[in-house]
Design a protein around this ligand. Structure first.
Ligand code: B12
Length: 527
């Protein structure tokens, strides 16, 4: 049996689909992955039609995060017009909002797809597409009749899954009117990879022990539970050794919600093996209260260069009472000291545009952030009300959120309010200046706005890139070769980022495409 797995993501990091494809092949079936980056057209491209006709799959899978909902809905419509192949939807958005997704696909996969897809293929082989499958977590809509199989908590041992290839030979992508095999055209693959393919993303655990009110994990854990499953060091190293064969990969970006969830033995063994066989700089994500000095220093010794840490708000009230995130700012300060001590690049993540936050909360956040040890960098994300999270449920009840907004707004598209700009400036300006600007609307004068606006413009285009350059070089122990490699191989994406900063055009393409689709295909946006 043959399965075509489609991603509509803007880039080629399709970890979930790679895992599924590897497992489908392992079970004796055939699989292909097809990247249709942001595909949101009125008609099915002839190249896609030809590719699918030639491959003749028995099942088509579409993967989606919330932001890919409309493209997925549209593609499903287009595929139905041309093919009679059953369509299964899966991915984070399907798991968090299955009721709505069931209106569009023949099958839904709630939760992990590695075992589900081969089971659906087996079902199609033995029973055909007219019979409802009895597979845990699979919802169906056949001949207008809906069925919902309850999900049984996934206990899949991650080490039992086949290790995925870095660039599998069955990975294809639509590029300028043609479908290419990425393995045969690695330069094309790199053009769709983030940072020009210089940074490989991987994940060593699944799950998160926290239950923060805004996070998609809060609804995912209703299905998966809050237990964190980890891969063995050997299993991770096997993936990394395959990645290491590509000389273009200069960094490893570990996507785990908290890499520090691994115990000291795991980290020790990982560091020894990583240094011996991989020896590339890497970045990890951390939760302040789980940051551990000993683990941090071991990781630094093995090549740790960037620590991405969620802070979300500098107000304990907002973190505790609104976000259900029981982490005091005092713990953040301690964690920041450690990151600074180990000389990794500190990259802190904050949430803004929170309708429950008062002006005083925001002023407190800015104050707190201006107290953190400099230099550091900060990224601001728009509070997105993902389906099924406790905060979304509250906001829907309070009628303060457009229930559809999360489907079309990137988290990086923040509101450029006065206080958001001051928060953005906090890492780059002296504390006294931030204090001067950090004022409520009632006492602000025109001069405050002019000053903040000009500093923001200036900092985004010159200070921020300079601070980055310094921090990258410091995080690489001022190793000239590595610093130069990082800058030269990232020049394309770095330049693009700088240009976008100048033009303020980040994510414009996606927004424009969606706006155009709204005009051209209004029915797609009807409920
Ligand atoms: C790595 C990562 C990325 C990477 C790669 C994404 C990817 N698809 O792998 C990058 C950097 C590109 C990324 C970008 C974004 N991300 Co992201 N990302 C993650 C992260 C940290 C890990 C994902 C991962 O690798 N999981 C491990 C794999 C094995 O699991 P999986 O992808 O879920 O796939 C499994 C199942 O979902 C299912 N499945 C998946 N697809 C399919 C398809 C079929 C047919 C079937 C049957 C099953 C199936 O089976 C898979 C295997 O078990 C998650 C956090 C999380 N906990 O999931 C956030 C997360 C998925 N991202 C999120 C968001 C919001 C974004 C952005 C929109 C942020 C932004 N910039 O605004 C962008 C989207 C940009 C875009 N459209 O390209 C949210 C999604 C929320 C939502 N409801 O949609 C998450 C959940 C983070 C969070 N806690 O809120 N992200």
């Amino acid at each position: 049996m043959k399965c075509l797995l489609i991603s509509l993501q803007s880039n080629s990091y399709v970890t979930g689909l790679k895992y599924i494809a590897a497992n489908v092949l392992d079970k004796g079936h055939d699989a292909r992955i097809l990247l249709l980056s942001g595909y949101l057209e009125r008609d099915l491209h002839p190249a896609i039609e030809e590719f699918i006709s030639d491959y003749n799959p028995d099942l088509i899978g579409i993967s989606l995060m919330a932001i890919e909902y409309y493209p997925a809905k549209n593609l499903t419509r287009l595929l139905r017009e041309k093919f009679q192949v059953p369509i299964i939807w899966g991915g984070v958005h399907v798991t968090t909002d299955p009721e709505d997704c069931l209106k569009h696909a023949d099958y839904l996969c709630i939760g992990e797809g590695e075992c589900v897809v081969p089971a659906v293929l087996e079902h199609l082989r033995s029973e055909g597409k007219g019979v409802v499958p009895d597979i845990p977590g699979v919802w169906t809509r056949l001949n207008g009749k809906e069925t919902r199989q309850p999900f049984s908590a996934s206990e899949t041992d991650l080490d039992s899954l086949p290790v995925q290839d870095y660039l599998p030979e069955y990975f294809f992508g639509l590029h300028k009117n043609r479908i290419y095999n990425f393995a045969q055209n690695p330069e094309l693959f790199r053009s769709y990879a983030l940072y020009g393919g210089t940074c490989h993303m991987m994940i060593t655990t699944r799950g998160c022990p926290f239950n923060c009110g805004y996070c998609a994990n809060a609804s995912l854990s209703k299905v998966y539970g809050s237990k964190v499953r980890e891969r063995s060091v050997e299993n991770c190293l096997e993936e990394l050794k395959r990645v290491k064969k590509d000389p273009y990969v200069l960094y490893i970006n570990f996507q785990d919600d908290c890499f520090f969830i691994h115990n000291r033995e795991w980290i020790k063994k990982f560091c020894e093996e990583y240094k011996k066989h991989i020896s590339l700089p890497f970045m990890v994500r951390a939760i302040p209260t789980l940051l551990d000095r000993e683990k941090l220093f071991m990781l630094k010794e093995a090549g740790l260069s960037v620590v991405i840490m969620g802070i979300q708000s500098g107000s304990d009230h907002v973190n505790f009472d609104i976000y259900n995130r029981k982490i005091k700012f005092q713990s953040v300060m301690k964690a920041a000291e450690l990151i600074s001590e180990v000389k990794a690049l500190p990259y802190y993540e904050m949430i803004v545009d929170n309708p429950y936050e008062t002006e005083d909360d925001m002023i407190e956040t800015i104050n707190s952030m201006s107290r953190l040890r400099k230099p550091y960098t900060v990224s601001l994300a728009h509070l997105t009300f993902f389906p099924g999270t406790p905060l979304t449920e509250k906001a829907l009840k309070d009628k303060i959120v457009d229930p559809e907004a999360y489907l079309s707004r990137f988290m990086v598209n923040i509101d450029y309010t006065y206080l958001n700009k001051v928060l953005y400036l906090a890492p780059y300006m002296p504390r006294a200046l931030i204090k001067l600007l950090n004022k409520p609307a009632s006492v602000r004068r025109t001069i405050h706005s002019i000053l903040t606006g000009s500093l923001f413009f200036f900092a985004k285009r010159s200070i921020e890139p300079l601070v980055y350059m310094f921090l990258i070089s410091r995080s690489l122990n001022y190793n000239i070769k590595w610093t130069a490699r990082t800058f030269f191989s990232n020049w394309r994406s770095a330049l693009a980022k700088l240009l976008f900063n100048f033009l303020s055009k980040g994510d414009m393409e996606f927004n424009e495409r969606l706006a155009l689709a709204r005009k051209e295909m209004p029915s797609l946006f009807e409920k």
